[in-house]
Design a protein around this ligand. Structure first.
Ligand SMILES: [Zn+2]
Length: 219
């Protein structure tokens, strides 16, 4: 079942989300919710979704950055952003530790902030302790884009949005980004094929909605 995504201005996005007990995690209701979150993230399309984004103030995140989302990206960009495929997984009650300074900036978007994106400084390396969907403890060591996704999603659980952290002068519509920024940041050799230097859905000139949907940029 697809869930409605809450947009910026909805108070649920500013609340500190509640942790879950082991019993709650293993309940049918929660297992159903996580399944709906996965379906909603894939429909976005997104590479991450936090429960507050679908109106549930709970400390649950789903993440998936499959290889097909990255097919339209240049090797240079994938290398620069350290973006590699990440299988679907569920993160509950996470605690995040930044292992390096928050000094790496790339453009981000968010499914809850339609049409906009901005550069956000993030740490390139994080450690997350959490529970999985069976309430089993997990430790995640992440670098690069995966570390960025984790920081963005766990921020949602604290009621924080990327606009709180962004370099405000870089705020742009996706359309303006396509027109004014993306072309100048790509080499002439790869510029025409690299349609997504960002995380959320966009509408590149000449690209079909079907192609856009495959690239999974929303968070
Ligand atoms: Zn988001």
């Amino acid at each position: 079942m697809l869930l409605k995504i809450c947009e910026v201005g909805n108070p649920v996005l500013r609340k500190v989300a509640q942790p879950l007990t082991s019993e709650e995690i293993q309940s049918d209701a929660m297992q159903n919710l996580v399944g709906h979150m996965r379906e909603t993230m894939r429909d976005g399309p997104g590479v991450g979704l936090a429960a507050p984004q679908i109106g549930e103030s709970l400390r649950i995140v789903v993440i998936e950055d499959i290889a097909s989302y990255q097919q339209g990206l240049s090797k240079a960009h994938l290398s620069e952003t350290q973006r590699v495929p990440v299988d679907f997984h569920i993160i509950i009650n996470p605690v995040i530790e930044l292992l390096s300074p928050s000094d790496i900036s790339f453009y981000e978007g968010c499914l809850s902030i339609p049409r906009l994106m901005a550069k956000v400084p993030r740490s390139g390396s994080v450690r997350v302790t959490c529970l999985d969907e069976h309430a089993e403890p997990r430790v995640i060591m992440a670098e690069g884009w995966y570390a960025r996704i984790l920081q963005h999603e766990i921020d949602h659980l604290e009621g924080r949005l990327y606009t709180d952290l962004m370099q405000s002068e870089t705020l742009t519509t996706i359309e303006s980004y396509q027109r004014n920024i993306m072309k100048s940041t790509l080499s002439s050799q790869e510029g025409s094929s690299d349609k997504s230097v960002f995380l959320r859905r966009s509408q590149p000139t000449g690209a079909s909605p079907k192609n856009n949907r495959r690239q999974g940029r929303g968070l």
